[in-house]
Design a protein around this ligand. Structure first.
Ligand code: NAP
Length: 295
């Protein structure tokens, strides 16, 4: 690509820019955002070549636009893009939910643009902002593209090669399947981490409790330091799948509560053993992702 516009130069957009620059995959990157100080910092860090707060100005002559803002802001961004893109400009995004992004695009444009190829890198950290971005974030990680029935095959191929240039492995799937799977493996764990920290913080003697927090607590709750706006947006955008997962999980918590109330430690041992077996089987696959663990 000659000219790429990245809307939202934070952790995900900044890491994408860095990786593409390192790979020599893009000649020029324009960063678009709300906060001029953040954009200046992105230029200082060499993440982008130039910056603007105006979407209309930033996308002029762009071959591609990557939207890297929280999913709740996507519709507004699509509205601002409408009427300012060349017919050949490829549009993609990195949002953690996919059906909501497709619906936002359709609502803003009044139709599904053929050059729209929705995407989601399964990589990240609990940190935010361009300072936290790094070029290796996507190396060896999966990026899921969820093309719509109207997505132009050439646009899908171009977005796939863009991500491959970052070292990522690209997979295609249906947006609804993506949202169901991610509700289970990413969105539910984040909600549980927020819930555990909040529950403990609300105990009367919580200061003392946190003094004794160690490895298990740290591992379980690291993702509770993630950005609240981003996660509220995800909870709202993937509401139905998430509610189904929460109900399923609540049943399990109720079961464990009952087993302890009934002193049924044989059944509890069986449950723990089942869980350990399932987790042990995942260890080799998860080992590759320990450093970068969002989703
Ligand atoms: P981030 O570090 O907070 O970056 C978001 C950027 O978007 C910021 O630079 C912010 O710009 C900009 N922004 C926010 N709202 C905007 C708006 N209305 N108009 C223009 N710019 C706006 O967040 P992130 O972690 O990169 O997440 C971005 C997207 O990636 C989200 O959709 C998220 O679901 C998805 N995602 C995140 C992860 C992860 O681990 N974090 C992983 C995969 C996918 P200003 O600084 O100027 O406000």
């Amino acid at each position: 690509m000659r000219r790429l516009a990245i809307i939202g130069v934070g952790l995900i957009g900044g890491s994408l820019a860095r990786a593409l620059r390192n790979a020599g995959a893009v000649e020029e990157i324009v960063g678009i955002g709300r906060n001029p100080a953040h954009l200046s910092r992105a230029i200082e860090l060499g993440v982008i070549d130039s910056a603007t707060q105006s979407i209309a100005a930033g996308v002029v002559n762009a071959d591609g636009v990557v939207i890297c803002v929280p999913v709740g802001s996507m519709e507004e961004i699509f509205r601002q893009l409408s009427g300012h893109l060349n017919p050949s400009t490829i549009i993609t995004d990195v949002g953690s939910t996919k059906q909501s992004v497709i619906a936002a695009a359709e609502s803003a444009f009044g139709y599904l643009p053929p050059m729209l190829v929705p995407g989601h890198p399964i990589a990240g950290t609990e940190q935010s902002g361009v300072e936290a971005s790094f070029a290796e974030l996507y190396r060896g990680r999966r990026v899921i593209l969820t093309p719509t029935p109207l997505s132009n095959p050439q646009a899908v191929a171009t977005v796939s090669s863009l991500w491959r240039a970052t070292g990522a492995v690209v997979e295609l799937c249906d947006a609804s399947y993506h949202d169901t799977v991610l509700a289970a493996t990413s969105h539910l764990p984040h909600l549980l981490a927020f819930a555990l920290v909040d529950a403990l913080a609300n105990l009367p003697d919580q200061r003392d409790i946190f003094n004794y927090a160690a490895g298990g607590f740290r591992d379980f709750t690291r993702i509770a330091a993630s950005d609240p706006t981003m996660w509220c947006d995800i909870a709202s955008a993937n509401r139905n799948a998430l509610l189904t997962m929460l109900m399923h999980f609540n049943k399990e918590v109720n079961l464990i509560t009952q087993l302890i109330e009934n002193n049924d430690y044989n059944a509890l041992h069986e449950l723990f053993s089942r869980a350990k077996k399932a987790r042990d089987a995942l260890t080799p696959r998860l080992a590759a992702t320990t450093a970068q663990s969002h989703e």
